[in-house]
Design a protein around this ligand. Structure first.
Ligand code: SF4
Length: 412
């Protein structure tokens, strides 16, 4: 019998590997996935080959650094696909610049969290009444806990489980609070256990979590870690059969002002990670203030020291090239890095600042890295004391500025 179901194709690439398991999991839980022939494609060519000129929905979830590639792929697919493809976009870039995303050639753009709006859209589409307008805004529900499925069991697509959304802080370079708001919404321990009990027998082996600040799990304000909630969560994960738990490390990080000897002791008792990822960002207090980070360089150093004393390796995030960053700011960052490497055996994760839509700094230009700073970063890189995509990000930042100045990336 011929399969007449509509194709629903997703372009998968490293930047959205944590999103697709969630989206497909939501479709499965709402009983919608059986209505489609789902394709998960690693390239535009694979989409074209699998969809074979049939009518299709083609989904892209992407971030601003991937803007150029996605724009080029959409143009290519429009030229190569027959049938009636309908292009759907979601993720942090479309949320930050929905109108610009429509101009890229997408037919519908999902703004904000799409765990509810995407299945609703598909139902309407199947019923022959796709929604209007084509910008689909998620309802903001600040009090609601995270309870969406984290994985796709039908496609065996897994990702670290997201345990917290939103952020209490207003860092001027970051999209997180602008997309998810300033109220913390956590996934309850019971909900994590519910999904672990389904996913572990299906092959889920990852023991990491997604959070903008892992040590804030269970908290609702800036008073610091809620050790009771954290212990309850880690115990529940262990009892559900999760082995080798990693907490406070990639793909999460922790803020310096949330690191305490007590929370590190807890992580040591329950978890297997040897590294804690710390967001220091810069060694300059005046720049930290301008960025509205809400902590000092000394707090970052103290946090790294406690991390080392607790027996972990501090893996510390630094960003270079912030708008208005001076040579003096950079010297302070390099000095702090040197101290952390020499005295605490830290490893540095270096970034170059990239302007992102929706953020207060979007319209300001990145500062250009001077040769001495680059030389210092390269020197530590050679000694394997520093990693990160800072060189690639420097190139991407220039492209984003160009797209912004040309008006192809905009933000309301
Ligand atoms: S950088 Fe971290 S602490 Fe700052 S706003 Fe973003 S998620 Fe929150």
């Amino acid at each position: 019998m011929r399969d007449e179901r509509l194709f629903l194709a997703f372009r998968k690439y490293p930047g959205n590997r944590f999103t697709l398991p969630v989206l497909l999991g939501c479709l499965e839980e709402k009983g919608l996935s059986q209505n489609f022939r789902v394709v998960i494609a690693q390239s535009r060519e694979e989409i074209a080959r699998k969809v074979r000129g049939k009518d299709s929905l083609i989904g892209y979830s992407f971030m601003t650094p991937d803007f150029g590639q996605v724009r080029e792929e959409i143009e290519w697919l429009k030229a190569h696909l027959s049938g009636k493809p309908v292009f759907l976009a979601g993720g942090s870039h479309p949320t930050g610049d929905p109108e610009g995303t429509l101009r890229m050639g997408f037919d519908f753009v999902f703004i904000g969290e799409s765990e509810e709006t995407f299945p609703q859209f598909l139902r309407l589409f199947l019923g022959g009444t796709p929604p209007s307008p084509n910008l689909i805004q998620a309802e903001k529900r600040p009090g609601r806990l995270l309870d969406h499925p984290p994985h796709s069991l039908e496609h065996r697509l897994f990702a670290p489980i997201e345990i917290t959304r939103g952020c209490l802080y207003p860092c001027a370079f970051c999209q997180t609070p602008r997309i998810f708001g300033h109220t913390l919404r956590h996934r309850s321990s019971e909900n994590v256990v519910k999904y672990l009990k389904r996913s572990i027998p299906a092959g889920y082996r990852q023991s990491k979590f997604i959070s903008p600040n892992a040590f804030s799990y269970g908290s609702m304000n800036t008073r610091g870690p809620d050790l009771g909630k954290l212990e309850e969560f880690l115990t529940a994960c262990q009892e559900a059969g999760l082995e080798g738990i990693h907490f406070g490390c990639y793909p999460s990080e922790v803020r310096p002002d949330w690191v305490t000897p007590e929370v590190l002791d807890l992580v040591k008792r329950y978890c297997r990670n040897r590294t804690v990822v710390l967001g220091a960002q810069t060694g300059s207090d005046s720049l930290l203030q301008k960025l509205r980070r809400g902590h000092t360089a000394e707090q970052a150093l103290d946090a790294a020291r406690w991390i080392r004393q607790a027996g972990f390796m501090p893996h510390v995030d630094f960003v270079f090239g912030f708008p208005g960053e001076t040579l003096e700011d950079r010297k302070l960052s390099l000095g702090l890095i040197e101290k952390m490497i020499k005295e605490l055996g830290a490893k540095i994760h270096a970034h170059t600042y990239m302007p992102l839509p929706m953020t207060p700094l979007f319209r300001e230009n990145p500062s250009v890295l001077d040769p001495a700073t680059k030389e210092a970063l390269l020197g530590w890189e050679k000694k394997k004391k520093l990693d990160g995509w800072w060189k690639e990000q420097e190139v991407i930042a220039r492209k984003i500025v160009k797209w912004r100045d040309q008006g192809v990336i905009n933000c309301p």
